[in-house]
Write a protein that binds this ligand. Sequence first.
Ligand SMILES: Nc1ncnc2c1ncn2[C@@H]1O[C@H](COP(=O)(O)OP(=O)(O)OP(=O)(O)O)[C@@H](O)[C@H]1O
Length: 304
Amino acid sequence: MRAAGTPDVVVHGLRKSYGTVRAVADVSFEVERGEVLGILGPNGSGKTTTVECLQGLRRPDGGDLTVLGLDPRTQVRQLRRLIGSQLQDSALPDRLRVVEAVRLFASVGEGRADVDALLADWGLAAKRSAAFGTLSGGQRQRLFIALALVNRPRLVFLDEMTTGLDPEARREAWRLIARLRELGTTVVLVTHFLDEAERLCDRLVVVRDGAVVAAGTPAELVAAHGGGVTATFTADLDDAELGALPGVTSVGRRGRAYEVRGDAAALLHLGHLLVGRGTVPTDLRVHQPTLEDAYLALVGAERR
Ligand SMILES: Nc1ncnc2c1ncn2[C@@H]1O[C@H](COP(=O)(O)OP(=O)(O)OP(=O)(O)O)[C@@H](O)[C@H]1O
């Protein structure tokens, strides 16, 4: 659901420090209209600071930012009418009732909100009269997402949307995000969950130490940074012969146990070699690279 034209979000060279802590050193990316963009990165890498600057909640030290054609530094009031933002915990008074919170947020919009449908969508119909302070962590989280969507914004910022949700509520949240995408809503999603990123996001930006280290579709990141296919098996073979197979990038061996890495072609040539030798190892295992492999390679963590 992409449309041609100016991207909904353009951020270039964003910088932001808190005193001596440099939270964002150099972040640049764009988000096209109707796109779901995921921001991934380790704790403290600057994700929340970045999205807070984009929403006009924090003032950047430098860089160019445009959100829906507006400058979040100087046009925050106009911007807030067009975007949906997920609140952080403790943002609401404990005694405020769920339905009151939704009505309060709906009142700043253009009256397009269907409060009951929204409460039903987010599994909060039974809690409509409950006070915010009595909600569980997951119920609060669902309320924050509902409030972000109450005025049907063109662009939504969701920061760790599913943290604290049980697996069923998480799946439900995913379904609702898929619906948002179908409606053409642009979504910027900060997440630590790689399955969520892979399933929901058209494109991902990976940040580390306040800078973007990679960007692309989930498949592009896996292809570029996933480390290729790994085959493990036990056999009597010659290391040099394996290493010479087209597409093989590395051969590791402990005794007769091999670990061969390479691309898809390497796998075919390896199979051909093994069959040609009349050897079909019963313990042959093939590991296709995953987004987790790519992510861990990018953020410098050890492969699990
Ligand atoms: N209000 C603040 N005052 C001082 N330092 C802050 C403040 N907010 C964030 N920081 C620091 O800035 C850095 C980036 O934090 P930020 O919350 O943007 O990272 P993050 O990638 O969203 O982390 P997480 O995944 O843990 O939510 C961290 O070192 C953090 O401690």
